[in-house]
Design a protein around this ligand. Sequence first.
Ligand code: C5P
Length: 410
Amino acid sequence: MRIPATDILTGRRILLGVTGGIAAYKSAELVRLLRGAGAAVRVVMTPAACEFISPLTLQALSGQPVREALFDPQHEAAMGHIELARWAELILIAPASADFLARLRAGLANDLLSTLCLASSAPLYLAPAMNQQMWQAAATGENVAALQQRGVKLLGPASGEQACGEQGPGRMLEVSELLAACSEHFATDANPVPLQGVRLTITAGPTREAIDPVRFISNHSSGKMGFALAEAARQLGARVTLVAGPVSLPSPAGVSRVDVQTAEQMLTAVLAAPADIFIGCAAVADYRPELVAESKIKKQAEALTLKLVRNPDILAQVAQTSPRPFCVGFAAETDSLAENARAKLAAKGVEMIAANWVGARAAGGGFDSAQNALQVFWADGEQTLAMAPKPQLARQLLDLILSHYPGRRP
Ligand code: C5P
């Protein structure tokens, strides 16, 4: 049995360099995440970075004085720049501006951060962030290639919409991706990133079954739990495919998302994404109208009868594929929670069922709520996960799945 490691970053000494770019505002969240994962973080900013975000913010979040100046008598007496260079086990520059890449390549030491990079033997990770034209400029390309040849590791950049309004490569990677890269750096065989390399598919949200071009059958699922699971699994190193029904939630960073409407589309998308672990978190409509009217149905008759037919059971079908993933289902119940959950465990042939109350007994949890409580069942055991915000609950459920997951299947 593999027990998940949760302390990869505990006590690790990470020096975060922040250079001048609009993405510097994201560094605050990065510091918070690194500290939350147990790392000791010291922040060094370039003068240009201080134009974008206040050193005070990063000082409050890191719990340490933020360093900016190369010549700083007060700090030289405490932790001088050479001492700081030796202290770091990893130097992460996020965001790394085009100017900083150029200075680093040239070996300049004209501010504290560039001096530290020269003076430290710690591995250097760069998360570039700049306008797409600057990223694609020949000079930047040459600088990046030269730095990579020296062993510097590049994280990103991602492509997409930029702060300047343009589209293209140059966005800083999301901070959860940077956190994952730090975890992967410090992971060892004895203390691995729990889900590194594991392919995990999650369904989330409701499905929508058309009646006519303007009407549909659906349910109150918000997708929050499935999205929280996708984000937590990515942070644990998994390669996540999130198959989402119609929800209005942003994609978690680093997750590959497939948007679908109907149960049949969801099944097709799930079967197209081979997985080691499958979590069926979606509230799939059990039935769909047998016929979808081509035109809007007019209200002429006093009563309208719709014939519904069964939708495929995605979870049960996935559990019958070969090779099959480790399968986890959800069960939203209004009555006899334990009996129904255990019956589903057997009927669908899955390893785990996470059950929760909906309706009158939900007590603040359930559909569309930001929090939930779960009772998790497996063949010879069960565990209650108390009411908690869904991101926290997602992490607890993944830990439980990991403690039962026997490893990647052939
Ligand atoms: O059968 P029931 O809907 O109660 O089971 C719930 C579990 O089965 C959930 O994990 C849900 O995602 C999955 N399910 C499915 N396809 C269906 C119905 C439910 O994958 N058509």
